[in-house]
Each structure stands twice: as C-alpha cells, then as structure tokens.
Ligand binder design. Structure first.
Ligand SMILES: *[C@@H]1O[C@H](CO)[C@@H](O)[C@H](O)[C@H]1NC(C)=O
Ligand SMILES: *[C@@H]1O[C@H](CO)[C@@H](O)[C@H](O)[C@H]1NC(C)=O
Ligand SMILES: *[C@@H]1O[C@H](CO)[C@@H](O)[C@H](O)[C@H]1NC(C)=O
Ligand SMILES: *[C@@H]1O[C@H](CO)[C@@H](O)[C@H](O)[C@H]1NC(C)=O
Ligand SMILES: *[C@@H]1O[C@H](CO)[C@@H](O)[C@H](O)[C@H]1NC(C)=O
Length: 391
C-alpha cells in the first residue's frame, strides 16, 4: 500500500468535484505575453543578497520589508495545523524545531537564525516555513531547445495543495498568502552576480535558479512513490545522513561551474526525500530531468534532437509512467508544446503554454522564464479566476 494513498483519495474526491463543476482544461493559450489581464497578478521585486556578509545578516533587508507578509503566512500555517492537531503540532514546532536548526548545515542554520531574529517570528516557526516547501509543492518545469540551439527553461510553481480552501474567494488560503512573499534574488559575491533565483522572503533554499551563461535549475516534488518523507522524519529523530533537497539546489547554484558538474552533484548526493531536478545547460542537447530516489538516480531524461525530443517537461510524475488521471498537467502542457513547434518556441510562447489551464491553476503562485545565454530571469505572480481547476 502506498504511503500517499490518502492523498490520492483526497485528490480523487476534490478532482471529481471540480471535473464536473469547472471542466478540466482549455484550448492552448496564445498571445498572453507580455503578462496582462486576469491571470497576471503582478511583477516580482528584485533584492540583492550579498554572500560576502555573515549569513545571519544576509536577509535582513528582505525580511524587514516583508515582515508583515511573513508573519501573516506563518499565522495561516499555524491556524491550519491547529485545526488538524488541536494545537499540539505548534507546541512541538515551538519547542522542538529550534533544536533542529543547529543540525542544519551551514550557512542555512545561520541564515534561518538571522531571519527569525529580524522578523520576531519564533525560530521553530521559521524552520517549519523552510521545511514546508519541501513537502507541499506541485509544479510544472520545462527545458527547451529552439532551432538555433538556444536553451530556455521555465516553470510554474504551484503551492498549497489541501492547505485550506477559501470557499468565499474560491482560492487556496496558503497559495494566496504566499504570493506577496515571492521575491527575485540576485546572489552576489564581490559585487558580481553568482546566481539569481525566484524565491520566498524568509526561505533560504532554492526552487528556481539560474547561473547566467552556465546553467538553469528547478526542482519539482516527487510524491507519488513509497518512502516519501521518512527521511525528513529520520532527520528530526536524529539520523542525519541525507541532504535537504532545496539546500542541495542552492549549493549547486553557488558552487557548480558547468552543466555537467551540476548534473553530477544533483545525481550523486544522498537526499532526505525523492525529487525531480530539472537542469538546463548552455549548449545544444543540454537539458534534462533527473529523477531521484533518496539514495539513487533512477533516470536521467535528456533533450535528444536526433530522436525529435527538443524539450523535456516534468510535472510531478515519473516521465515513463502515466500521470495520476485527476492531476494530468503533463498531457495538456505537452500538447501545447507540440502545437507551438520547435520553430516557434520562445520565452513568449512558453509563457502561453504555462498560462493554459490546468497547467495554470489555482495553486499557481508564480511563472518563471529563464534564458541562460543572456542570464535573463523573469517571474510573474499569477492568478486563476474561475472557471479554473483547483490544481
Ligand atoms: C508563432 O507564435 C505566435 C505568437 O504566439 C503566433 O502568433 C504565430 O501564429 C505562431 N506561428 C506559427 C507558425 O505557429
Ligand atoms: C510590470 O513590469 C513591466 C515591465 O517592467 C511594466 O511595463 C508593467 O507596468 C508592470 N506591471 C505592473 C502591474 O506593475
Ligand atoms: C478575498 O477577496 C477579497 C476581495 O478580493 C479580499 O479583500 C480578501 O482579503 C480575500 N480574502 C482572503 C482570505 O484572501
Ligand atoms: C558554457 O558553460 C561552460 C562551463 O561553465 C563555459 O566554459 C562556456 O564558456 C559556456 N559557453 C557559453 C557559450 O556561454
Ligand atoms: C508530443 O510530441 C512528442 C514527440 O513527438 C510525443 O512523444 C508526445 O506523445 C506528444 N504529446 C502530446 C500530448 O501530443
């Protein structure tokens, strides 16, 4: 019996409901770019994080500006958790998670402590916030090569599944609270950009990032398999020989110097939970989806022009298996990619694909577009007014 069966049962019920009330998809979108209209909520603000500063001070200016939004987000998590566990969970979070912070690797523990100090949010709750994304994120990522050999990488970040449905506004409570926290970050050393990322204020890991001229990287959750979160539990209980997934992606963006170097590090490091790493390089053929178990790499699926595979696209299911039938964002996304054709693929037309329901859905917090050759990272806060599927 699969660990995630409960999740499937839950998704089945809500999925069937939405299938009949909202419809399941739509024709491929076109001319959505530049972003405008009801599915565009706003631009994302840029911040600089100076890696030459002591870790505890790096996020001070970001957290100061986003403090109110961060407190509101964490309060929502607490409200929801309180509903589930009659308040016991938050007691554990406030008492036990602060102890865990010292087991996290550097510089993450110092950065998290710095964020807690500036925001006045209890340390355990900032730790919780940083762990949360490892667990409740569903997404779509794609790496594409055009006819000239340019590599593009884009993603929708969908967050907050089952985290409180706001019946009045027809939105997911946590998804809405998260949107004001989305920030673009330019990580610099000696005043020069090392890498750039779209992230959340208060969060130190990386889900979306680019090392200009070298590689691009996104991470998607891989939840539909056995063994899911045992590693995270083990960490909390004291067995600590795996790496947090989003800490690894950040370490790779900070230190890896090429596509191949990044690929090796993502494939070989032991993890706390399974994941998909989606990596783009700067040369023809350099784009792949790395399917990870905690220990091994199960599969590396690469762009292969000889086979007519000019893009690789990942949602939250192994590419060699069918997606869960009530959560099939892959088929509509691929249909629209195929319809666009390699001849007509640009960041603009990729934005069209990522704006087509249900690839765009009520969980979608932001859309990011990256172009490695120019170092471009553009992100947009999204909305999905009705009719729109819950995921
Ligand atoms: C290419 O994409 C543009 C923008 O979406 C569209 O207007 C045009 O019709 C497309 N051309 C082809 C050949 O599909
Ligand atoms: C977003 O940024 C673009 C380009 O800088 C600008 O033209 C547009 O007005 C901005 N939109 C909003 C809603 O701020
Ligand atoms: C619901 O929508 C209204 C109007 O857009 C907004 O003012 C309110 O804050 C929303 N409520 C929540 C819980 O997001
Ligand atoms: C691609 O990346 C490699 C390794 O980082 C670098 O040496 C090379 O100059 C890059 N090529 C281009 C065209 O930017
Ligand atoms: C898209 O094209 C690829 C490659 O030709 C093919 O394998 C795939 O089945 C197509 N998918 C859809 C949904 O049209």
């Amino acid at each position: 019996m699969k660990r995630s069966n409960l999740r499937y049962i839950f998704m089945t019920l809500i999925g069937l409901y939405s299938h009949f009330t909202c419809g399941s998809g739509e024709e491929c979108r076109s001319s959505m770019y530049p972003p405008k209209g009801p599915t565009f909520r706003g631009n994302v603000t840029w911040y600089t994080v100076n890696l030459d500063l002591p870790p505890t001070e790096r996020w001070t200016h970001v957290v100061k500006e986003k403090k109110a939004e961060l407190v509101a987000m964490i309060q929502s998590i607490k409200d929801l958790a309180g509903d589930f566990f009659h308040g016991k969970l938050i007691h554990i979070v406030d008492k036990e998670l602060p102890l865990i912070v010292d087991t996290l690797p550097s510089p993450f523990r110092e950065e998290i402590k710095g964020i807690a100090a500036v925001s006045d949010v209890p340390l355990g709750e900032v730790v919780l916030f940083n762990i949360f994304y490892e667990i409740f994120t569903v997404c779509t990522s794609v790496v594409v090569e055009d006819l000239k050999g340019n590599i593009y990488h884009a993603r929708n970040l969908d967050f907050g599944l089952f985290m409180g449905w706001d019946r009045k506004n027809q939105t997911w409570t946590l998804t809405e609270k998260l949107k004001p926290l989305v920030v673009n970050v330019d990580f610099r050393r000696k005043s020069r950009t090392v890498f750039k990322s779209t992230s959340f204020a208060g969060y130190v890991g990386i889900l979306t990032g680019i090392r200009p001229k070298e590689f691009t990287l996104t991470m998607n959750e891989r939840f539909n398999i056995d063994g899911g979160y045992i590693g995270i539990l083990e960490w909390i209980l004291g067995k600590r020989d795996g790496m947090w997934m989003s800490f690894l992606t950040r370490r790779v963006l900070e230190n890896a110097t090429s596509y191949d170097d990044a690929k090796d590090q993502l494939a070989l490091t032991k993890l706390l939970a399974p994941a998909y790493f989606i990596l783009g390089g700067n040369q023809t053929g350099q784009g792949c989806v790395i399917t990870r178990s905690r220990i091994n790499t199960l599969d590396v699926w690469e762009i292969d022009l000889m086979l007519g595979r000019w893009y690789v696209l990942e949602t939250n299911y192994d590419h060699w298996e069918k997606p869960f039938f009530l959560d099939d964002r892959r088929t509509p996304a691929m249909k629209c990619m195929n319809k666009t054709t390699q001849a007509n693929i640009t960041l603009q037309t990729i934005y069209d694909v990522l704006s087509t329901k249900p690839v765009l859905n009520k969980l979608t917090a932001y859309t990011s577009l990256m172009e490695v050759s120019t170092g471009k990272l553009e992100s947009y806060i999204r909305a999905c007014p009705n009719p729109c599927t819950p995921w």
